[in-house]
Write a protein that binds this ligand. Structure first.
Ligand code: PMP
Length: 360
């Protein structure tokens, strides 16, 4: 018996299942399994990254001031209440480490993003899973699950992998119904895809129990560089900064993110193209007998009749070089999550799903 043991809860963590990135024996592969921007980062970002190599011997900014000011300017926020991290994953981790420990509960919903549970267990706290209704966050079910032990509630709006979202009034009702010791985390990883949506920033400004997280991994095409941020009440941001490592973001990450958020034209073009192709993809799949809920993000959750059919379709698509995501781990065994790629990728998916439906 090994006496060197991890903290309780650690061995309950299921390793994060990332999206497939290669298909055996197929060369022309399109990755539609991780909700990445098919167009990549803008030219301005690539130029900023190239320039940053001349500064690699310097430690990066400790306080991320320049990036925080750029984010604040674009989103009309208070730069002092922004914190930046290694993807929004790191902000989620800071929240769990700072606010939840042994004996505390952290709520996530039935189909909620996997990192909520992983970071909760890593912090020694207890994850509590709350049912959804029709693959959509159910505010009443969350409020019913809250108790004096509840420290954090995570919801994503829009949500991954369902693509659904709840309205501002519902989010406000959730924030206002929480126990006094509970912080609501609004995960806005896909907020940029919703025209005119502030990700919950106005709710953050009018409450002291709400924080919003955002990312550069999706619309800005920077999943590979790992940059995210949070916007919350000053006391919460102060707490998170205490658990943040001083040099958590490299200078390359910082300048890339700043160039990305300043390039509004590129972001808007990516958003519009995603919206156009998402509608086209969802309608074409529905025409083939594969329905989906209306997606507010950069992917479509395609519903098959059962797990067998979903898995067979995933394998068929993979054999054609099209990598999509199985989501059985998210309690959606009959579904496949398909990232909205560029036009050619969307056409290939529809063509291959059509072939699959014919042979089956
Ligand atoms: N939240 C949600 C809902 C996500 O889907 C993702 C990415 N899969 C993240 C957070 C984390 O994104 P990142 O760490 O790349 O910012």
């Amino acid at each position: 018996e090994n006496v060197i043991q991890p903290q309780p809860g650690i061995m309950d963590i299921q390793l994060y299942q990332g999206g497939a990135s290669h298909a055996e024996g197929v060369s022309d592969v399109v990755k539609l399994s991780s909700n990445e921007n098919p167009f990549g980062p803008s030219d301005a970002v690539k130029e900023a990254v190239r320039k940053s190599v001349h500064e690699l011997h310097r430690y990066p900014s400790i306080d991320h001031l320049s990036l925080r000011r750029a984010i604040a300017q674009v989103h009309k926020l208070d730069a002092d209440r922004i914190i930046c991290g290694v993807g929004s994953d790191e902000i989620i981790s800071f929240l769990c480490n700072a606010y939840a420990g042994p004996g505390d509960e952290v709520i996530h919903t039935e189909h909620g993003f996997a990192m909520y549970r992983i970071s909760t267990l890593a912090a020694g706290a207890t994850p509590v899973e709350v049912p959804e209704r029709e693959r959509t966050v159910d505010v009443d079910a969350i409020l019913d699950a809250c108790c004096f032990r509840t420290k954090l509630v995570f919801i994503a709006n829009p949500a991954n992998p369902t693509g659904t979202m709840i309205g501002g009034n519902e989010v406000a009702r959730l924030a206002d119904g929480l126990p006094p010791q509970t912080l609501l985390v609004l995960d806005g990883a896909y907020a940029e895809y919703v025209d005119g949506f502030d990700g919950g920033a106005s709710l953050v400004d009018s409450r002291d129990n709400v924080i919003m997280t955002r990312t550069f991994s999706k619309l800005y095409g920077l999943g590979g560089l790992r940059i995210g941020w949070g916007y919350g009440p000053a006391p919460v941001i102060d707490v998170l900064n205490r658990v943040r490592g001083p040099f958590n973001l490299s200078q390359t990450q910082l300048v890339a993110a700043e160039a990305a958020i300043r390039d509004r034209g590129y972001a808007e073009r990516c958003r519009a193209e995603n919206a156009r192709l998402r509608t086209w993809l969802a309608e074409a799949l529905a025409g083939l007998g594969v329905p989906s809920d209306t997606s507010c993000a950069n992917f479509v959750l395609a519903r098959f009749s059962d797990q067998d059919e979903a898995e067979a379709c995933e394998a068929y698509l993979r054999s054609r070089g099209l990598l999509v995501r199985k989501v059985a781990g998210y309690k959606l065994p009959n579904c496949l999550r398909i990232t909205v790629g560029d036009e050619s990728a969307c056409r290939r998916v529809v063509h291959a799903v059509g072939e699959f439906r014919e042979v089956r």
